[in-house]
Design a protein around this ligand. Structure first.
Ligand code: PMT
Length: 222
């Protein structure tokens, strides 16, 4: 696996959106393309790690040397991430996991009803990061925070509330973050932070992985 700083380490990355089915032809999704998470998986492999990439429905090629597990819904992603995290050293949650799903996907295509409103009842999905954090020996945990306002406050709150070792915050207002090729991140950990300016996601992922490796190897995890 090469001889970078993460040589021999097991890293799990999640990427992309989740799709929550409404009926056989409709779903609730989001605009995540998977580019950020796929770039992170590639950068972690470049740093020497043994990488498992749990991918939502995206149209991207698998980075060379990375093991990929494809999923569709948040619950499938939850199960695949928990299985992959068994015995892993680092989990990086870059996926845009749907917070809610229709309680029951209809077995047949829903029909229109003479102009009457259609009500969808949504149930909260399990929190994948929280589930990984609750394991007996959790890996070094890196979450993302996608916010359109009050980025620093919400990110630091997620860092504490979800029991993370690091959080990567991105501003996703006005067409930023999702889908596009560039991104900028602010990394927070318990007693520090660093701003990574806007650059291609491939370069940003390398810098993110270097910061994660540095904090993980200096023993600043759980
Ligand atoms: O895929 P791209 O088009 O390249 O776009 C990249 C991105 C904007 C999607 C990415 O950089 C990003 O911000 N990913 C996280 C998006 C998100 O859902 O953020 P959040 O603030 O809603 O969630 C916070 C964290 O909790 C995330 O690490 C998320 O993976 C995790 N989470 C959320 C819900 C849930 N049920 N389980 C989780 O683990």
């Amino acid at each position: 696996f090469g001889d970078g700083p993460l040589r021999g380490r097991k890293v799990v990355v999640s990427a992309g959106p989740t799709y929550e089915d409404i009926d056989p032809v409709r779903f609730i999704g989001n605009r995540s393309s998977g580019r950020m998470g796929f770039a992170i998986a590639d950068a972690a492999r470049e740093a020497g790690a043994d990488v498992t990439l749990v991918a939502g429905p995206v149209a991207l090629a698998t980075p060379a040397g990375v093991a990929r597990v494809d999923v569709r819904s948040a619950r499938q992603m939850h199960d695949a991430v928990l299985a992959a995290c068994d015995g892993s050293d680092i989990y990086i949650g870059a996926a845009a996991v749907g917070d809610y799903r229709p309680e029951q996907a209809a077995g047949q295509k829903l029909k229109k009803h003479d102009g009457a409103p259609l009500r969808l009842e949504l149930t909260e999905n399990p929190d994948i990061l929280a589930a990984v954090a609750a394991r007996p020996r959790p890996p070094f945990l890196v979450g993302f925070a996608a916010e359109t306002h009050e980025l620093a406050r919400y990110a630091q709150d997620k860092l504490r509330r979800k029991g993370l070792d690091m959080i990567a915050a991105n501003d996703v207002g006005d067409g930023r973050g999702f889908e596009v090729a560039d991104n900028a991140l602010v990394l927070y950990w318990r007693d520090g932070s660093v701003s990574l300016p806007r650059m291609p996601k491939t370069d940003l992922a390398r810098q993110l992985v270097a910061h994660i490796a540095e904090r993980f190897l200096s023993g600043h995890g759980h």
